[in-house]
Write a protein that binds this ligand. Sequence first.
Ligand code: NAD
Ligand code: LMR
Length: 334
Amino acid sequence: LNPSTSPHQMEGLSAANCRAKGGSPGFKVAILGAAGGIGQPLAMLMKMNPLVSVLHLYDVANTPGVTADISHMDTGAVVRGFLGPQQLEDALTGMDLVVIPAGVPRKPGMTRDDLFNINAGIVKTLCEGIAKCCPKAIVNIISNPVNSTVPIAAEVFKMAGTFDPRRLLGVTMLDVVRANTFVAEDLGLDPREVDVPVVGGHAGVTILPLLSQIKPPCSFTPEETEYLTSRIQNGGTEVVEAKAGAGSATLSMAYAAVKFADACLHGLRGDAAIIQCAFVTELPFFASKVRLGRSGVEEIFPLGPLNEYERTGLEKAKKELATSIQKGVSFVKK
Ligand code: NAD
Ligand code: LMR
């Protein structure tokens, strides 16, 4: 055998024929911040997603290595790497979905809002690129503080004349993933069978788990409610402290980001009943249960009946959210 003969050639198929046969009509996805702690496992998981045909990995550092590595996985998506601002437009052109985990993470003692000064500018620049190169893409924002970075993105899109509230979503999926896990742990259930809606925002008291609406229906003592709510609200800090200066949640976040991105892609494909929680840009900005479809968010569900504990939590959440939203809007307007 000639070692340079590929198995396809031996069977009488050219490599080009094979590519054409295997080419799936999937979606084009870009990850901005793809070489980071979240970006790398997120890129790996997206490369494994059968709905993705093209995967663009953009970062200001280290994308050639990450791209070479991930491109060796024998899954369908074609992977391309883009490095630095001069390649941002090529990374974004033609994308259906853009996921943004670019920016600095917390260290112990910091709040998410302490990241604003660095991450606000990063998100603004990346969204200017999206407005120019793929204004119809669905955008998933992971970069913190989500309660301010999503309003920043909305303002950038409004200024560019491309804003579509259905297509901009802040990723709060990790709060839901944590809520399902912690509640299942507490009740001795399988986390895959638990569904806790988490509304409001993605920082401290703005994270509002609605334990009264849990599926399967369960009841909690006041002490259990207090313990679970506090653990869900402080889940991010739990990881930041355990990592002791080496960053914040990356692996569980990549898992949550892919779960959410996958839901967006199923919605884009036209699948029915795709329902998740996300920080959306109406009401004016609030994490709610939403139905995802061909144009992004197609329905925002009302909060439903809240108990007294949740009503008090909602008032606290709204107050803090208003400040964070205004901070993001002012950053772009000034
Ligand atoms: P990281 O430092 O490991 O990675 C960030 C990556 O962003 C780096 O590779 C960096 O080079 C890149 N980057 C910096 N500036 C950029 C720019 N202008 N354009 C493109 N890429 C750029 O951080 P991480 O742990 O991956 O966290 C990233 C962000 O996600 C942080 O802001 C963190 O707080 C946030 N986060 C959000 C959630 C959530 O639930 N929404 C969960 C975890 C982390
Ligand atoms: C999280 O919830 O894990 C993220 O928002 C990261 C952080 O800073 O806590």
